[in-house]
Structure formats: C-alpha cells, structure tokens
Design a protein around this ligand. Structure first.
Ligand code: ADP
Ligand code: MG
Length: 356
C-alpha cells in the first residue's frame, strides 16, 4: 500500500479538535465562565442554564468588566490579561484562569455573546462569535459587569454533541461545579437557575456555614462541625519559627457521620482557595471517619488546604480540576488529622491509639 500524504489540518479543524480538550460538556463551560467572573473580582455571579446547559448558559457578574476595545482580544486565541510569560506561571498564579483560551474555545463550538461594561464606562458593548466566526463589536446597553451567553453548545460538532447525557445528568454536573465555587467563595453571592427555577442562591455574606445552608439545606448545615488545624510550629535553635511546613492550615466544615449520602459529590476540597478534585484529599477525609460511616456512605465536607504556593502544580490539565502535590503524604496526613481532631472534639469518633 502507498503511504498516504501527510497534510496540515485547516485552522477550523484544529480549532474544533482543540476545543474538545477544554470543553467537554456544559459544566466545563460554566466552570470557565465562573472562574472568569471570580477573577474579575465579582461580588455577584448569577448563572442560569436551559436544558442542563445544552441549549443555553448565561453567566452574569458585577466584576471589573471588559472595555469595548478589548472585547476582540478577550475572545481571541491565547489572549489573557492574567499572565505575561512563563515566569509568571512559575511564581504561582493567583488567578483561576491564565491560558487565555476559554472564550476562544467556547466561541468555536457554540454561539457566544460577551456583553460588558466596566463600572466607570458610560456605555457597554458586545461581541458575538458563532462557530469561530467573530462578529463586530457593537454598542449594547447593559449593567456594569459582564454577561456571557453560550447558546447551542456543540451545534457544529455533532460528534461531541452525541456524547452529552440526559438533561438531568448535565445539570447535575453544572450544579456540582457551581456548588464547588459557591462554597469556596462565601463572600460572593452565587446563584443558579435551571429552566427558570432557582436551584440555590448564596448570600455572599462571607460565612461558610450560611453558604452551606443555601446549597445543601438546613439539616446538613446544622450537622456541620468546624475544622481548623495548623501544624505545631517547630522552633529552630535560634527561636525562629519553622515556616517550611508542607501544610500551613486546614480549615472548613465536615458533617456528622450520620449525615451521609451515597455519593462522593458532597466532598468539596480546595487547595490555596482553588476548587480541586484530589483523590488524596477525599481519601484522607474518609479515613478520618474511621468505621463511623455506613457502608458506601460519604459525608459532606468543605475543606480548605493551604500549602506553600510552589508545592502544588495547578497546571495539570485545563479541563480537569486535578492538582499534584510535591508532598502528598504530608498533605494526606494533615487532612486526616485535621478532620479526626474535629470529629474527636465532638465525640463523633472514638480516639484511636496515637499514630507513630
Ligand atoms: P483567561 O481567563 O485564561 O485569561 P479567557 O479566555 O477565559 O482566558 O478570558 C480572556 C480574557 O477576557 C481574560 O484574561 C479577561 O481579561 C477577559 N474576561 C473574560 N471574562 C471576563 C469577565 N467575566 N470579566 C472581566 N473580564 C473577563
Ligand atoms: Mg478564563
């Protein structure tokens, strides 16, 4: 057989293939848009979705906004206001986004509208992108902040559209993701609406328990106990504190062992304020409960782990929320101890022999 010719893919094809790497389903779009709102310093983020997000997603915030003359850049490839070069990344990024590809990517596989007005601008403006075709910037009346609308996700990528699950399943993913951000940011009023009906709305009053009440309801909120752990400070010979501890602090809330569900979805973990899924953190939390959980039952937990900025790699994969720790065993140990101590304090587990 003759070897086939090797040809460069056209730009549109490359764009759509790349899009699939970042945007897998409506929940991934919600994740990206909400991260943008939080990076923009919003104090309110209102998300509404239709049909689980497959037909429409709208995220409105009251953040810094995007000036009209920046709208084109905002939807362009690899365009970001958040880092300048790779050294910025090595120093540890404070923003949730930094790749400058979310809006570009979403615009490639949907009908995207970004409408914005910085608080001190007199008028707002909007730009639309349909399947990668970028339209003109037009004036638009809008409140201060940014509204991003994503309609007909994957309308031009049928292969991907086919993989979407039932509306209810897609909505569950959206709900889980948004809940994660709402709990991480109790000082931001986060709300979710599905087909016109409110799913939850946090107050944004800065109180984690109040945010838990808003998303999980009263029974769960009332069964939550506080976790607050810091490592014992080792003093050096000269009396100065040892600040190299691999875990600086573990805080948050965990539920009474009897307030458990049959899914792990209610174990939310954060590293340096970033919402992550790290199986090490979940396992450590579960281990702390010892034998107190019924079989196949999982508690509610909202746990914030602080580690030195350079000890965690957040640059693993744009779509995934996974992180890698330099000192995973130490992180695991700290989380387990933190949760164990809280449960012990409340007499919810029995003391075990001190670990060596
Ligand atoms: P990244 O977040 O990685 O920078 P995005 O494609 O998500 O890339 O966004 C591109 C740029 O558009 C951001 O760097 C930011 O300047 C601007 N932007 C996007 N969403 C918002 C928003 N909600 N409020 C203000 N600026 C935004
Ligand atoms: Mg972004």
């Amino acid at each position: 057989m003759e070897p086939p010719d090797i040809e460069r893919l056209d730009e549109r094809t490359v764009q759509r293939i790349a899009a699939g790497e970042v945007v897998e389903r409506p929940a991934s779009v919600v994740k990206e848009l909400v991260e943008n709102s939080l990076d923009a310093g919003a104090s309110r983020v209102a998300v509404s979705v239709e049909s689980g997000g497959t037909e429409g997603i709208r995220v409105r915030d009251d953040g810094v906004g995007i000036p009209a003359d920046q709208l084109e850049a905002a939807v362009a490839e690899h365009a970001t206001s958040k880092i300048g070069d790779i050294e910025d990344l090595d120093r540890g990024v404070a923003t949730l986004g930094f790749r400058g590809e979310a809006l570009y990517t979403v615009g490639a596989v949907s009908r995207l509208t970004v409408r914005s007005r910085p608080p001190d601008a007199e008028a707002g403006a909007e730009i639309t992108v349909a399947g990668g075709d970028v339209g003109e910037v037009r004036p638009a009346g809008c409140p201060a902040g940014t509204t991003v609308e994503v309609d007909d996700l994957f309308y031009n990528t049928p292969a991907r559209e086919k993989f979407l699950k039932r509306t209810a399943t897609e909505f569950d993913h959206v709900n889980t993701v948004l809940t994660g951000y709402a709990l991480a940011n109790p000082d931001v009023a986060v709300s979710l609406e599905h087909d016109g009906r409110e799913t939850f709305a946090t107050e944004g009053n800065g109180d984690l328990r109040s945010a838990v009440l808003a998303v999980y309801g009263r029974e769960v909120a009332e069964s939550m106990i506080d976790v607050d752990w810091t490592p014992e400070r080792k003093e050096d010979a000269d009396g100065s504190a040892d600040d190299d501890a691999p875990v600086k602090r573990v805080t948050g809330l965990v539920s009474h062992p009897e307030t458990a569900r049959s899914t792990r979805d209610y174990l939310s973990t954060y590293v340096n304020g970033r919402y992550v899924t790290a199986s090490a953190l979940r396992e450590a939390t579960l281990d702390a409960y010892g034998g107190q959980l019924a079989p196949d039952r999982y508690p509610f937990a909202v746990l914030f782990v602080e580690v030195p900025a350079g000890d965690v790699d957040v640059n693993v994969h744009p779509r995934k929320l996974e992180v890698r720790f330099d000192e995973e065993p130490a992180v695991r140990e700290a989380v387990e101890t933190a949760v164990e101590e809280a449960l012990l304090d409340h007499g919810l587990i029995r003391s075990t022999a001190p670990r060596g």
